[in-house]
Design a protein around this ligand. Structure first.
Ligand SMILES: Nc1nc2c(ncn2[C@@H]2O[C@H](COP(=O)(O)OP(=O)(O)O)[C@@H](O)[C@H]2O)c(=O)[nH]1
Ligand SMILES: [Mg+2]
Length: 384
């Protein structure tokens, strides 16, 4: 234990020891995390606290799930992808959902108009994308206050997210707190998973390949591995990483999502805010928008389609015209995946496919099952 911790930290630690409920424990741990001095010497401590928080949250989520959760949670996925709308209360999420979809949504000039998840369907490029409004994330949601945990679990299960901000009142600060809430629940937006791999083994201890990339004491690395129940196995590190990177990569509860920011209510904003946001958080795309005058709405649809990471494939039976509408597939889907989507029996007796479009050199080119078609391609499957 480093001796240079603050009085606040020690108080939080005491609160943790005295805590009775999961809620109290979580709050004390979050307080410990925010008060522990952050430098190389305390990295281990910080990571330990984070592991405890993650574990406790998982317990709480499991308990909540057993109870059955509240009404309005667990929206059934429909369409080709699911994108959640998140952001502070009153930023215009409901208004945006209304502008983009057929959803019947309540819009209100006060916070907490929406208390449950509200879905709507966005139709774009012949594809349906489900948009789901998540009630306003407020500071402290990740502490398990109110509906926080269930809300964040709905974000975890989505394919991507749109962060909606009111651009007329401190959008930079609101983006910061929104991202903090998400990160403290293991949801990272527009970040890449570090290139680390773990192969568990039954015996033999821990072996590290690429140790030169690790900027930490290898004993601490092993301690984290053991804490994640890996007592034997291979850790492969392919790029420079810190102890924190290793923990995040091992923690299966960390998820990585794509997202962009809607600067809503731009009709009331100081237009220079766009440039300021870009320099504060350069890893995001921003769309100045207004549900009042309609600006930006079309761009939001287009970018939503892009981050959904799907492609449209027109399937075709030999001798016939391509079928309409196209099927929506994940971007990395192969011709075999398309065959499976059409029918199991077709996939089973797959022989080859002919493809028209950007993924081939000439129309009607013959390809094997591993070929990856591109958005808008026509795929004609031939069976044995
Ligand atoms: N000026 C302006 N007001 C908006 C805009 N979008 C929404 N609002 C207003 O902001 C308030 C909150 O909207 P709502 O969609 O309920 O926000 P939510 O809490 O994020 O779902 C309502 O009074 C809306 O009429 C916009 O683009 N410009
Ligand atoms: Mg709302």
């Amino acid at each position: 234990m480093p001796t240079n911790v603050t009085v606040e930290y020690l108080k939080a630690e005491e609160e943790y020891r005295d805590a009775k409920s999961d809620q109290e424990k979580l709050q004390a741990l979050e307080k410990m995390l925010s008060t522990v001095p952050k430098h190389k010497g305390t990295e281990k401590m910080v990571l330990q606290i984070k592991r405890r928080i993650a574990r406790l949250k998982k317990d709480v989520e499991l308990k909540e799930a057993k109870k059955g959760g509240g009404k309005g949670f667990n929206i059934r996925k429909e369409g080709a992808a699911q994108i959640v709308l998140v952001g502070p209360p009153n930023s215009g999420k409901s208004s945006l959902l209304k502008s983009l979809t057929n959803a019947d949504v309540a819009v209100g000039a006060y916070a907490f108009t929406t208390l449950e998840l509200t879905p709507g369907m966005l139709e774009i490029n012949d594809i349906q994308i489900q948009l789901v409004e998540v009630p306003g994330l407020i500071e402290g949601v990740s502490l398990g206050k109110g509906m926080g945990l269930q809300l964040l679990s709905s974000v975890r299960s989505a394919d991507a997210l749109i962060i909606v901000l009111d651009s007329s009142i401190s959008p930079i600060a609101h983006l910061k707190t929104t991202l903090q809430e998400l990160e403290s629940s293991g949801i990272k937006v527009n970040k890449r998973r570090p290139d680390i791999e773990v192969k568990k083994k039954a015996v033999g201890g821990i072996e590290i390949v690429g140790a030169k990339h690790i900027n930490a004491d290898l004993r601490d690395v092993k301690e984290i591995l053991i804490d994640f129940r890996v007592s034997s196995g291979l850790l492969i590190v392919r790029e420079d990483v810190t102890l924190t990177d290793i923990q995040e990569a091992l923690d299966y509860s960390t998820t990585y999502k794509r997202g962009f920011v809607v600067l809503n209510k731009f009709d009331m904003a100081d237009p220079t805010i766009l440039k300021k946001m870009k320099s504060a958080y350069p890893n995001f795309e921003y769309i100045p928008a207004s549900t009042l005058d309609g600006r930006g709405i079309e761009e939001i649809s287009n970018l939503a389609y892009k981050i959904a990471n799907i492609k449209r494939i027109f399937t075709k039976t030999p001798g016939e015209k391509p079928a309409y509408p196209p099927v929506a597939m994940k971007m990395e889907a192969t011709v075999m995946d398309v065959a499976r989507k059409v029918h199991k029996s077709i996939a089973k007796s797959f022989k080859y496919a002919r493809v028209w479009g950007n993924s081939v050199k000439f129309g009607g080119q013959r390809v094997g099952e591993d070929h990856v078609p591109e958005d808008g391609d026509v795929v004609e499957i031939h069976i044995k």
